[in-house]
Every structure is written in structure tokens, then in C-alpha cells.
Design a protein around this ligand. Sequence first.
Ligand code: HEM
Ligand code: MTE
Ligand code: MO
Length: 478
Amino acid sequence: TSALPIFSQEEVTSHRSLEDGVWVTYKGGVYDITEFVAMHPGGDKILLAAGGALEPFWALYAVHNQEHVLEMLSEYKVGELRAEDLKKQQAVQTLDPYSSDPERHPVLRVNNLKPFNAEPPPEILSDSFITPSAIFFKRNHLPVPRVDPASYQLHVEGLPGVLTLSLEDLKTRFPKHTVTATLQCAGNRRSEMNQVKQVKGLNWGIAAISNATWGGARLRDVLLAAGYGPEVAQRAFHVQFEGLDKDITGTTYGASIPLNKAVSEEGDVLLAYEMNGEDLPADHGYPVRVVVPGTVGARNVKWLGKIIVSAEESSSHWQQNDYKGFSPGTDWDTVDFKSAPAIQELPIQSAITTPADGAVVNRSLEEVTVKGYAWSGGGREVVRVDVSMDGGKTWQVAQLRSSEKGQAPEPSPPPGRAWAWKLWELTAPLPPEAQELEIVCKAVDNSYNMQPDTVPPIWNLRGVLSNAWHRVKVNIRE
Ligand code: HEM
Ligand code: MTE
Ligand code: MO
């Protein structure tokens, strides 16, 4: 509407004294207030804003949030601030780096707000085989980056051909594959380790795990398009991923996986742009994330910016100095992160989602239904879940389910590619004498891996890989 000239921030900044003139900016407008300074009701404090933006000062002195102040200001308008400078200004003014984080579902249990880390209530988690995206657990280390899909670029490095792909390229140049895969954070069930002895990390309950159907290009296909071949396999052993989320020093989230997992036809590693049939939500990596089925959540890099095929693992903090397992005897004074491998495939896991620990059931009901989930890493299939109502003295076998309740079972996955969890259920009579039940579950995978019975022997300072038999106590009301 206005034919006023456009000024750069540099030009505005050069006007910051009564001699050179006093210019300020407000919401993208440029104002020459040299004449006003002497008239300002608040005195010469006004010069503090000379050459820059009014917003941070007016945020301190709310007296300016009035119509007549804006009218007064409008008389001094001389131009507009260059759009890219306005953007920069706004980025600085939004002191909160988390201000562009998306909205979240109110049912989530928040372990940490900034960065956002939350899990669904367990009893809701096991209601669906495919976890609705809104309640899928969320684990962010940094602010959610807002990525423009039109200018998004994915860089592939370390192969004979250097490849840069737009989102459109990824969607059109490679066949779309869908994979139903469970993601689990290494810290799932950390709170049980905390009960044994304090660990460092977010106090996750049993729901830092969820299951979704992911759609995208196969990483294998993209690596082949960039010239991956047998000669690369001679020198490179890892595929590194870099996220677009950064800390204030510009360090991005990063991780890596073994090259053989990445290029294997049976590995099913995706560059996913869809989650449960829709675009990835902002919290889950929009527009593109890596999905590494069977592998710890931390390697499933969200907001993917770069892929590097390399002789080395990712040098990121999260690959080198975090997400590793140690002996219960290792403490923060003695830990040597170099001595342990980065977690990749996760061990066998199961937990009881309902009843909740401390729940009360009426004797008159005569029976209790126990529900939960079970999953194993590396594509190993859960073949059995044992449930005990008496703290582990006697056991019954639970019924396993690989589809939504009431729907026909999905066909079994090919051997070594059981990426999705199983939900399980058991209804058992209430023991006539007992006033309290200790319900326990433990799962078995097709390599006959089983869960350890208690936490202390697997306790570790970082509280990862917490997969002991899950126990809940239930009181019986007469
Ligand atoms: C008060 C205008 C910039 C600090 C006021 C008032 C006006 C005004 C109209 C009186 C409000 C009322 O009582 O209803 C402006 C305009 C500005 C400007 C048009 C920019 C062109 C600033 C800046 C600062 C500042 C940059 C601080 C660094 C104050 C203070 C008062 C005040 C402290 C309150 C004085 C008191 O309560 O006695 N300003 N102001 N102003 N202004 Fe500003
Ligand atoms: N990718 C990026 N870029 N930044 C992150 O903070 N967190 C990782 C992984 N990928 C993370 C990331 C961790 S530790 C986990 S457990 C999973 O994302 C969580 O994925 P979700 O939030 O989709 O559940
Ligand atoms: Mo994680």
C-alpha cells in the first residue's frame, strides 16, 4: 500500500544519535524519531533503542501497548525494513527458541517441555496396534525446526555421485515403500532404574515406545542412485545422518547406523515422508526422517538434512558419548564412553499397560484382564509372552495380536523382519485368598532371548536398556 522506500538493517543502524538522526524499527516499519526524542514522555531512555527495534524495549515498558502511542509513532514513518532483515530481527526477538514448536495433544504426559519429551498414558497406548500420530511418544533433543517443503534439500555424500534431492525428487524418483515399525527410545522404562539408584536422563515410564506405518523411499535405493556399489563397501562401514535441528552453537542432531543395515534389501530402512498415511507431523521429523526398523529410536534421525556414507560412525555426542550401555558398577567417575559400542538393535522388551500399578479391582469381578505390548530389536519376532499373577511363581501364556482389535490378523512378517510390536492380553481369575496381586510379564523372541527378572543387575548410569520383567501391584477390594 505504501510507496515508502525499503531500508536495510545496516542503514537503520547507522542512525543512532541526534547528530546522525535517530531511527528505529517496529514490526517491519522504519521510523525517523529524531524530532520526537525531546518530546518523549519517558525521557531520553528512548535513545537506548536508537538504530534498532522498539519491540524488546516496549516488551519491558508495557505502557506503550496503547493505541495513541502507535498513532504517535506512525507520524514518523519513513520506510520499510528489508524482508530478510525483518526475519532475522524476529528470530532474535523470539528469545524462546522453542516458540515455533507445534501444539501437542493434551493427553500426553510431559517429561520435559523444552525440548519437548512426552509419552501417552499406557492404557491408551495399548488401545491401538497402530499408535495414532498425535499420541505417539515424542523425543526431541532440540527445538523443532520448521522446514519449508519447497526449498527442502537432502544431501547425500560419501559416494561416487554426489546427490541432492528435493522432497519432490524423493517422492517421484524412488518407489514408495511402507513399513510398519515400532520405535522405542533407549530410555524407555528408565523410571524403574531410577527406583534402584538415581540415573541421568528423562524419567520415562513404560510408554516411550509406539508403533506406526511409515511411508517413504528406501534408503537403499537412494544410496544406489548415488553410486553405491561393492567398491564402496570395501572402505565404508557406516551411514551417518544429520538433522536440521540445531543448538545455539549450530550443532545439529546426528547419528549413524551400520552400512550393511542401510543397503540390505531386508533392512527396510526408509527415508520416510509419511506417518500413518499422512505427511510426517512436525514433531516426528517433517518433511523427512530416517526410519531404521529394529534399531533404537536415537538412530531414526528426524528433519533429515544430510546422509554421509563413511568409514567412521557419526561423531555426534549422541553416537559417541550417550546411548551406550555399561556395567552396574560403572559410575560417572569411571565411565569411558569409548569402551562401549553405540546401541543399535534393542533387546527383547515387554510391559503391562493395564492394570496400572496400584490399581484396585473389586473381588466381585472374579477375574482381571491384563494387557500390554512386547517387541524385540533387530527384526526378531516376539513368539511368546508369559504372565504371572503371583509375582512369578506360576505363569500363563498371553494371547498375542498383530492387528487392530477385531480385525483379521496381518500375515506374519518374513523371518528377521518382525519390525512391529505385538499387543497381548490375558484374562485370569482372581486368586481366592490373595488381597494383593503382583502381576508380572516377560516376553521371548524367536532367538529365545528373554528379559532379565530384576533391574539391579542391568542398572546403568544412563538408565538405558531397561527391560526387566515388568511388575505391577494390584489391590483386591472385598
Ligand atoms: C512512556 C511513546 C520509545 C521508555 C511513553 C509514553 C509515550 C511514549 C506516549 C507515555 C505513555 C502513557 O503514559 O500513556 C514512545 C514512542 C517511542 C517510545 C512513540 C518510540 C518512538 C521508548 C523506548 C523506551 C521508552 C525505546 C525505553 C528504552 C518509556 C518509559 C515511559 C514511556 C520508561 C514511562 C514513563 C513514565 O511512566 O513516567 N513513551 N516511547 N520509550 N516510555 Fe516511551
Ligand atoms: N532426530 C533429530 N533430528 N533430533 C532428535 O532429537 N531424537 C531421537 C530420534 N531422532 C531426535 C531424532 C530419539 S532419542 C528418539 S527416541 C526418536 O527420534 C524419537 O522419535 P519420535 O519423536 O518420532 O518418537
Ligand atoms: Mo531416544
